[in-house]
Design a binder for this molecule. Structure first.
Ligand SMILES: Cc1cc2nc3c(=O)[nH]c(=O)nc-3n(C[C@H](O)[C@H](O)[C@H](O)COP(=O)(O)O)c2cc1C
Length: 336
């Protein structure tokens, strides 16, 4: 038996496969199926800032109060009605998942400027979440925003949450930072425990018939893994943060490569949505078989061996490799 255990956000996990935020965690049954297939922890779908904005909560409450009043006027029983906000429903799901699963549950917050962050963090902690993932889904499309302002927004949110909870926090970030390693260092200094590489922005396509945007590409493709893997390799040994490889992992080979690059855990969403929770078990079995064939007894023996080793010159992994690849290019060698 090989030892697949790993540590992530201070949690001791039996293996590195962690389903990332997706609708699968909306169902306790699906979450159980993921645990049965071998998932070592579960990241929940996000609680979105928009669901908690005071004005939308007030409007929703007002509409429900109206519906209750109408039902009462029509002679219907209304004593079982209870208004539940987006936060209430999310907290109920944290509680339900914690009751149904043995594996750690990581709650996910998604927002760019929440003011009630602190209370929300505390409530998630009280509901039993084992860690938090913070997805600051922010597209820097406003030219008046400088890199400092944008980074500052992330750091402010992280620090506010850090002050409010004792739970470990992972930051799920996009690849679009011009000085990613420096930013990752700032995240560490501001109290993050891990970084998830990478968050994917919604990228609508264009329908040439209707000339309208279409949201066809919700699931990622296997090619997306390369970007995350590259940055995991570059950050490995340079950052004290735990690294989660997120994006385009479909097979056991993809997962092993992420680990060789230096990932502490490997996240999966699209592969599980497309092929079902059983895919996770197949990937796990593939990793085990590969480790046995290679003579590895534990993850620690090969995790990060193809990542950047501390003290190495990054140019070997960046420009020189690129120039060499272009020099050696032959059309036949590129499998399209
Ligand atoms: C249908 C769907 C729903 C998602 N919901 C969330 C979410 O609520 N919060 C979040 O941070 N990421 C969400 N994601 C992004 C995934 O967690 C993941 O980061 C992304 O899909 C890349 O990983 P993958 O290639 O394994 O799918 C969602 C992805 C999909 C496909």
């Amino acid at each position: 038996m090989v030892d697949l255990s790993t540590e992530y956000l201070g949690l001791k996990l039996k293996n590195p496969l962690v389903p990332s935020a997706s609708p699968l965690s909306r169902s306790v049954g699906q979450a159980r199926a993921l645990e049965d297939a071998g998932a070592s922890a579960l990241v929940m779908y996000s609680l979105f800032e928009e669901e908690m904005r005071a004005e939308s909560v007030d409007l929703e409450r007002h509409l429900i109060d109206q519906a209750i009043a109408q039902a009462a006027a029509a002679g219907l029983k209304t004593n079982n009605f209870r208004y539940r906000s987006g936060l209430d429903l999310y907290l109920e799901q944290v509680t339900a998942l914690k009751a149904a699963l043995d594996i750690p549950v990581i709650a996910s917050l998604n927002g760019i400027g929440m003011t009630s962050w602190v209370e929300v963090g505390r409530e998630l902690e009280q509901a039993g979440a084992d860690a938090l993932e913070l997805n600051v889904y922010y597209i820097a499309a406003d030219a008046s925003q400088t890199p400092e302002t944008i980074e500052g927004r992330f750091l402010y949110l992280l620090e506010s949450l850090r002050e409010a909870v004792s739970l470990p926090i992972a930051m799920k970030i996009s690849p679009y930072f011009c000085a990613l390693p420096a930013f990752v260092q700032k995240l560490e200094a501001s109290g993050a425990g891990g970084v998830v590489l990478f968050n994917r922005f919604f990228q609508p396509d264009i329908d040439l018939e209707t000339l309208a945007p279409i949201d066809r590409h919700l699931l990622s493709g296997p090619a997306e893994r390369l970007l995350a893997m590259r940055w995991i390799a570059l950050l490995h040994g340079r950052s004290g943060l735990d690294l989660a490889g997120n994006g385009g992992v479909y097979t056991w080979q993809d997962a092993v490569k992420m680990l060789l690059a230096g990932a502490d855990v490997v996240n999966l969403a699209s592969a599980l949505l497309q092929h079902g929770p059983a895919r996770l078990g197949e990937i796990l079995a593939g990793i085990e078989a590969w480790m046995e064939a290679k003579g590895y007894d534990s993850l620690g023996q090969f995790k990060g061996i193809l990542g950047q080793q501390p003290g190495t010159d990054t140019s070997a992994l960046t420009r020189e490799g690129y120039v060499m690849m272009l020099d050696n290019y032959t059309a036949q060698a590129d499998p399209v």
